[in-house]
Write a protein that binds this ligand. Sequence first.
Ligand code: ZN
Length: 256
Amino acid sequence: MCKRSIFFIILIILLIYLFSSNLEINETFKNYRGKFLERYKKYWSPYDYRARRRYNCNPIYIKKGLNNNKIWYVPRECEQGLPHTRENNIISLPFDYINIDSHHKSKTLTHEYVHLDQKQNYGLWKKFYEREWFYTLSDVPPPNMPRNLILRYRLNPDTFIEKWACFNKKWWSVPIYTNNYSLNNAKILWFYDNDNDNNIYENPPQEWIDFFGPVESIGQIEHPNEISAVYLTNPENYNSKAFKILYKWKTINQLD
Ligand SMILES: [Zn+2]
């Protein structure tokens, strides 16, 4: 075979490769524009817009994930570099993660797969939270929640569908922006829904701690979707009552 034909064969293979990977990007992108982003943006407050003002989450590279899910590698500015899920089958990671094969990355992926499962089996999870964890989810806040809490809510793509989470019928956990619009440094406040004035607390109630364990051991406590993802990513670290119930339920249901 002469050099020229080898060159053409390589060129054709390269073109087929580029064409097929572009196809995947376009197809997903259509899906992405049509559903997730449109829906997600509807929930953005002025603070959320400010925090995401250089929003670019167009995938730079797409890889296949487990069970027909996909992993998008996106620009660093997407969600301020925080790994998250989009649609109900896409995990989005900052591009820096692409060639890393670390313990941290595999733990991050495990956490994000739990979020995909929460989206794919939404009804099951919601029922679980209600029956077993005494949490109700809602897309509207309670009528007497102070307006500044509502306005300062920091939206999370893994919890945004029913972001208002209420524990034991009275306690609402509210992640709020502090003064720098950092998505990662949101502070969790607890609104106690009663008739008194002094009803915003910096810590969850004792009944919550007795059930879920110390706040520091979980870290992300804003919403049951986060608590369960944290628990299931490092099950060896937990033995609270809430963890045990979740672990048993997960095993019985054999969710991914
Ligand atoms: Zn999460």
